[in-house]
Design a protein around this ligand. Structure first.
Ligand SMILES: Cc1cc2nc3c(=O)[nH]c(=O)nc-3n(C[C@H](O)[C@H](O)[C@H](O)COP(=O)(O)OP(=O)(O)OC[C@H]3O[C@@H](n4cnc5c(N)ncnc54)[C@H](O)[C@@H]3O)c2cc1C
Length: 401
């Protein structure tokens, strides 16, 4: 008998899962529930728009596997459906001796992860590609690029609908029941529907969603980290040609303030990684007493602050003082200054933290009875979304294949 499936969350991962499920013969119908009026209003519509190819991730991790598969699949998807994208390449810039060593480690990881065309640039080559960048050593990552993930999501919505699926926006899933036949019963106030499976892709609320839907405490806690951007004034766009990234600190999943090109031709710099007092709080002063209390009484976050005081304060400073933000950018392009920028967008990362204060680096997905929960899907979750969807079906929903 064909199966009915509910997806919680209309971000890029929920939509990718819905799209892939809607193509299976065993699946009769797919319904995406999204609490906002439109899909993609949170992380998926507020990111750097970069197609990451797996340079940073520990070989053998889920992130390394799914980002390498994911970028290839995302590019084929964009080619097939005419979604504008640009494989403009990335330059990773080491500015100190320590970073130079770390860059070599990164290049080694990239090789192990199967990246192609990695190459150190000579100073002449760097000057030709990025005349304003100052580096001790620079690594070219030619496979990376940019895409407008909002356009990817709109295409996924079209395809889901063409395959007979439904997208119910403005519809928040607060709780579910389980029928005698062990099916999932969703009640949205005016309507009750029964499903064979539920997949939760709730992003910043993945832990809340786990608790509400399974009636058990989530094994991971989401802590929101806001990422703010500055936008180059149009007359300054010539200062950046590729994606220009620093060598990240391997202790953190955040890649550091970087320069990116957007599909419209704009250039931005960011994001920092500031603890946010509200999960969907996009301004410096966004505040939710309930959510702030929940985060600040979590022992994992308190341990994180204790062990990473300098990092946390540095990021906070970069949120309230633009000079601190620009200082991060100046490390790679010394000529940038405050007059060259206007305020840009902001996004909030859903970052899982363990009770011992570790930031969980890898993707985390678990199945519980008839439910699958995507608990941690930070960057490069957008790049990897189609591969994450296939992985969920292959690993957790084998019976549907
Ligand atoms: C600042 C920033 C920069 C990033 N840069 C990149 C990048 O360059 N490249 C890259 O690959 N990745 C990047 N990422 C990561 C990427 O954006 C995420 O991994 C990805 O978007 C996660 O998708 P998602 O669908 O899980 O989450 P989301 O996009 O957050 O979607 C979750 C959805 O669930 C909905 N929802 C939650 N609870 C409920 C409920 N109870 N009922 C109904 N709906 C609900 C929410 O409204 C939301 O729409 C970045 C992220 C940020 C924040």
């Amino acid at each position: 008998m064909s199966k009915k499936i509910a997806i919680v969350g209309g971000g890029i991962i929920g939509l990718a899962v819905a799209y892939k499920l809607s193509m299976l013969k065993s699946v009769g119908s797919v319904t995406v529930y999204e609490k906002e009026k439109n899909v993609g209003q949170h992380q998926s519509g507020r990111n750097s728009g970069v197609l990451h190819c797996g340079l940073y991730y520990k070989p053998g991790s889920l992130k390394s596997l799914l980002s390498v598969q994911g970028i290839r699949e995302m590019i084929s998807f964009c080619q097939e459906y005419d979604i504008p994208h640009d494989i403009c390449g990335k330059v990773v810039v080491a500015t100190t001796d320590q970073e130079e060593k770390s860059l070599e480690t990164l290049a080694g990881r990239g090789d192990k992860n199967g990246l192609q065309g990695l190459k150190y640039l000579s100073s002449d080559e760097l000057k030709q590609r990025e005349p304003y960048v100052k580096a001790k050593k620079a690594l070219l990552v030619p496979e990376e690029g940019i895409v407008d993930y909002k356009k990817v999501m709109l295409k996924l919505v079209d395809l889901i609908k063409e395959n007979g699926g439904r997208i119910l926006t403005d519809t928040k899933i607060e709780k579910i029941q389980t029928s005698n036949a062990n099916e999932v019963v969703i009640n949205t106030g005016n309507q009750e529907e029964t499903y064979d499976y539920l997949i939760s892709c709730a992003g910043l609320y993945s832990d809340h969603s786990y608790k509400k839907l399974t009636h058990e405490t989530s094994p991971l806690k989401i802590i929101p980290f806001r990422g703010e951007y500055l936008m180059f004034k149009p007359e300054m766009n010539h200062m950046v040609n590729h994606l220009v990234y620093p060598v990240p600190d391997a202790k953190y999943p955040f890649l550091g303030v970087h320069f990116t090109r957007l599909m419209g031709g704009e250039r931005e710099v960011g994001p920092n990684a500031v603890f946010a007092f509200k999960r969907e709080g996009y301004n410096t002063f966004s505040f939710s007493s309930k959510e702030a209390f929940e985060s600040l009484t979590y022992k994992g976050l308190l341990k994180f602050f204790k062990n990473n005081f300098v990092f946390s304060m540095g990021e906070l400073k970069s949120s309230v003082a633009s000079s601190a933000f620009i200082a991060k950018a100046k490390k790679m392009i010394p000529e940038v200054n405050a007059d060259m920028f206007v305020k840009g967008n902001a996004g909030v990362r859903a970052q899982a933290i363990s009770p011992s204060g570790e930031l969980i680096m890898d993707f985390n997905i678990i199945r519980k009875d008839r439910q699958v929960h995507v608990l941690n899907a930070p960057s490069p979750g957008a790049t990897a979304s189609l591969a994450i969807a296939s992985y969920i079906i292959d690993q957790y929903l084998k019976e549907l294949k």
